[in-house]
Write a protein that binds this ligand. Structure first.
Ligand code: ADP
Ligand code: FRU
Length: 306
């Protein structure tokens, strides 16, 4: 479903983190207080929002990333990679005298599992004042990584105001991702038309399966009226809750060998967003999400076949 030739579809804005990932590929998961030679070590661009952006761009979606960047040398790892993939970064907010957020990742080559240790020492999160400066008329879809939730809610209300004021243009669709389980508040789930709920977030809410989670958020009325929710569940695939309450599912598309699951969810989100922004059904979008995520887990990094 690559549409390079017809980029008449609206531009997506992906809001959230960029960081650097030091990816350590180990033959087996390390035991505490041991010494192991790695199979490989890479210094890569990371962060949910930029991971999703580079996959969207490869699928043929016009995409801009919006977030904060330091001006240290590590920030070049991020900007060079985004440029390589054609992700627009025109409105990024840069901060001097800050350190690029860094993750230390252990990928277990025998299972593909990823263990992430993350630290943002000094770089500020995106400020709603930066969001105010955007020309919202340029975007058809704005997706928020669910971090920095108070500010995310403020930015979404600016989009709501814009949608009410606009005359001829189509309204902007808003989606949010509930992924990190730190500081769960749920209120931001009510703000978007599409809500991505990760397996970790679902489990932190007390649900043991994607279907249980989707039924639960519907029954507890945690979503905005008419909103749709999406829940990916690793090797079981992904489920979606339609406006009618119907639940749809896509199986996974597993590769021959799972080698690297770092950013599988971010890649899945990109496939879903790409399809939905082109007017595809939720079921079709889940399928594309699982297809591109299946490809991703079979290789390291975020290069996908289009
Ligand atoms: P996260 O990176 O947020 O933990 P998940 O593990 O839920 O994300 O995976 C997201 C999607 O990636 C799944 O819905 C599935 O389509 C795909 N995926 C993840 N793990 C595998 C796997 N082992 N085999 C095939 N597909 C996978
Ligand atoms: C993967 C990822 C990594 C990053 C971490 C940040 O989903 O975005 O690239 O190090 O999560 O939490």
């Amino acid at each position: 479903m690559t549409d390079r030739e017809t980029n008449s579809y609206g531009k997506l804005l992906i809001v959230g983190l960029a960081c650097v990932d030091i990816v350590n590929v180990a033959a087996v998961y390390p035991t505490e207080d041991t010494d192991q030679k790695l199979l490989d070590q890479q210094v890569n661009r990371g962060g949910n929002a930029t991971n999703t952006s580079v996959v969207l761009s490869q699928l043929g979606s016009p995409v801009e990333w919006f977030g904060t960047l330091a001006t240290d040398n590590l920030a070049d790892v991020i900007t060079e990679d985004l440029e390589k993939y054609g992700v627009i970064c025109d409105n990024v907010r840069q901060y001097d005298n800050c350190v690029t957020p860094l993750s230390c990742v252990i990928v277990n080559a025998s299972s593909g599992s990823r263990t992430i240790l993350h630290k943002n020492k000094t770089l500020p999160e995106l400020d709603p004042k930066d969001f105010e400066k955007l020309d919202l008329g340029k975007y058809s879809w704005i997706h928020f990584e669910g971090r920095n939730q108070v500010n995310v809610e403020k930015m979404i209300s600016m989009i709501d105001d814009y949608n009410e004021r606009r005359k001829d243009s189509k309204p902007i669709t808003v989606s949010v991702e509930a992924e990190k389980t730190r500081n769960i508040t749920h209120s931001f789930l009510q703000k978007a038309e599409f809500v991505f709920i990760s397996k970790d977030y679902s489990m932190a809410m007390g649900y043991n399966s994607a279907e249980e989670c989707l039924n639960g958020v519907r029954e507890k009325k945690l979503l905005k009226i008419g909103a749709k929710a999406i829940c990916a569940w690793g090797e079981k695939g992904a489920w979606g809750l339609e406006e009618s309450g119907r639940i749809v599912h896509s199986p996974t598309y597993p590769p021959i060998k799972v080698v690297d699951t770092l950013g599988a969810g971010d890649t899945f989100n990109a496939g879903v967003l790409h399809a939905l922004n082109r007017g595809r059904t939720l079921e079709e979008a889940l399928r594309l999400g699982c297809q591109v995520a299946g490809q991703k887990v079979g290789r390291s990094g975020f290069r996908i076949d289009t």
